[in-house]
Design a protein around this ligand. Structure first.
Ligand SMILES: [Zn+2]
Length: 117
C-alpha cells in the first residue's frame, strides 16, 4: 500500500466541491420545509440514518459532510471526525446548524465552539 488512497479521496472530494454540476446535483436533493429551520436531505439514506451522496463514480460521502465541505472546504472537512447536528436532525444539511470539532481538539466545556449570536 502506498498510502495515497486517502489523499486521492480528498482530492476527489475537493474537485467535487468545486464542480458546479456536482454541487447542483447535491442541491437538488435538499429541500427546505415551512416551519422547519432544517434543510432536509431527500436522496439516498444509509442504514445509520444519514444521507448518502455519490460525489463521484464509486465515491460516496455522508451528505451533510458534503454540505459542510461546501462551506468550509475539503481540507477542513478532512480534519473533522464528528459532524453532528445542533438541531438533532440527522438528515439536516444546513451546516450552520452543525457542531463540529477537529480530531485533536477536546471539548473542554463548550467555550470557543459556540460563537455568540
Ligand atoms: Zn437542522
Amino acid at each position: 500500500m502506498r498510502g495515497g488512497c486517502r489523499r486521492s479521496a480528498l482530492a476527489a472530494l475537493s474537485a467535487a466541491l468545486g464542480d458546479l454540476g456536482t454541487v447542483n446535483r447535491w442541491r437538488k436533493k435538499v429541500v427546505s420545509v415551512d416551519g422547519s429551520e432544517c434543510w432536509w436531505w431527500t436522496g439516498a439514506i444509509s442504514g445509520r440514518g444519514h444521507g448518502r451522496f455519490y460525489f463521484a463514480p464509486g465515491r460516496v460521502i455522508i451528505s451533510h459532510r458534503f454540505a459542510f465541505g461546501l462551506v468550509h472546504g475539503a481540507q477542513v472537512l478532512d480534519r473533522v471526525r464528528v459532524l453532528g447536528h445542533r438541531c438533532g436532525n440527522q438528515l439536516c444539511q444546513r451546516s450552520t446548524l452543525s457542531t463540529w470539532w477537529p480530531r485533536r481538539m477536546r471539548r473542554t466545556g463548550g467555550s470557543g465552539l459556540r460563537g455568540g449570536s
